[in-house]
Design a protein around this ligand. Structure first.
Ligand code: NAD
Ligand code: UDP
Length: 335
């Protein structure tokens, strides 16, 4: 079976490409490398001894997409390609709407032209905005609070409309919680450009001495220790969720929406403690003001994915931190 993985050179895409190769799929990747390096795919191939067909192309380039679809015969698409930085999306909304929406529309039009009608889409827990309650179930209202989150919700709606127009489509909308960690080999991992926005890459760069200390955004939230609580999920568990989602589309078609999380929340302080235990390195930190738009507590109810997909996140927070540290300490400058 031939899968096309858009954004496959990125953090989650590279781990997912590996899982698909190891499960026996043929993998083709399209990525414009705007937030990744081809080295990630070279390492994926090294780990599993299998080849990936790689196209360095932009989803905004419809003609190039069409050519790729003509040259290949895809059975399904796993769609990761997109821009993902919340703060940047507030500063540059048009860039985000254009890249994420136009890129997706081009992809869907191309899929339709070539009669490829199975897609697994990377959505995000950010579609829930500041949730009215936790744990979050899939039916909870969606109220994204920034342009990035709105692109995710708009794409979900576009895909649902597409299904209404043509029930031959099979669509999985996967709402990820907070992916962290790295493949246990330490060969692939998260390699952000510049100063990281997210907690784990920031902690990892403090641990290798690239940044002096962590700023904790707020210690007055109504949580266990006043710091923000999130549902961290190992990226390899998340990658396996995509395999299960595609299997689901192959056996019982339709449109499905799943939360991919562990169902457990950890505070920033708890994560620092776990990372210190995993690495043996002390992480200096300072409390600073809350970050605009942050919610106090976000964690999934993953019951639907657990039962429907027969998928449950396996790896605990200590393993997530150990694997992050293994990747970062062996690749202090990234790829
Ligand atoms: P990433 O930036 O590492 O990967 C995205 C990849 O898409 C990159 O390799 C980038 O070069 C590529 N890309 C972007 N725009 C493109 C375009 N127009 N044409 C071709 N390639 C393009 O990000 P990630 O963390 O691996 O996230 C993958 C997906 O999951 C994204 O859609 C993201 O929004 C979503 N997601 C991520 C998180 C997270 O915390 N990492 C959480 C929820 C959802
Ligand atoms: N956070 C922090 N300092 C940082 C980055 C993040 O205190 O440098 C906190 C943030 O306020 C949130 C948690 O860590 O409570 C996870 O943040 P991240 O940006 O990784 O994920 P998101 O907020 O998108 O869930």
């Amino acid at each position: 079976m031939n899968v096309l993985i858009t954004g496959g050179a990125g953090y989650i895409g590279s781990h997912t490409s590996l899982e698909f190769l190891q499960a026996g799929y043929n993998v083709t990747v399209i990525d414009n490398l705007c937030n990744s390096k081809q080295e990630s795919l070279i390492r994926v191939q090294e780990i599993c001894g299998k080849d990936i067909t790689f196209y360095q192309n932009d989803l905004l380039d419809s003609a190039a997409l069409d050519k790729i679809f003509k040259q290949n015969s895809f059975d399904a698409v796993i769609h990761f390609a997109g821009l993902k930085a919340v703060g940047e999306s507030v500063e540059k909304p048009l860039l985000y709407y254009n890249n994420n929406l136009t890129g997706t529309l081009n992809l869907l039009e191309c899929m339709q032209r070539h009669n490829v009608k199975k897609i697994v889409f990377s959505s995000s827990a950010t579609v829930y905005g500041n949730p009215l309650k936790v744990p979050i179930t899939e039916e909870l209202s969606t109220q994204p609070t920034n342009p990035y989150g709105r692109t995710k919700l708009m794409i979900e709606d576009i895909l649902k409309d597409l299904y209404i127009s043509d029930p031959d489509w099979d669509i999985a909308l996967l709402r990820y919680f907070n992916p962290i960690g790295a493949h246990h080999s330490g060969k692939i991992g998260e390699d952000p450009n510049g100063i990281p926005n997210n907690l784990l890459p920031y902690i990892a760069q403090v641990a290798v001495g690239k940044l002096p200390h962590l700023n904790i955004f707020g210690n007055d939230y109504p949580t266990i220790d006043g710091t923000g609580v999130r549902d961290y999920i190992h990226v390899v568990d998340l990658a396996k969720g995509h395999l299960k989602a595609l299997e689901k589309l192959l056996t019982s078609p339709g449109v499905v929406t799943y939360n991919l999380g562990t169902g457990k929340g950890y505070s920033v302080i708890e994560i620092i403690e776990a990372f210190q235990q995993a690495s043996g390195i002390e992480i200096p930190y300072k409390f600073t003001h809350r970050r605009a738009g942050d919610a106090a507590e976000i964690y999934a109810d993953p019951t639907l994915a657990n039962t429907d997909l027969k998928w449950t996140a396996q790896k605990d927070v200590l393993t997530m931190c150990k694997d992050t540290w293994n990747w970062q300490s062996h690749n202090p400058q990234g790829y």
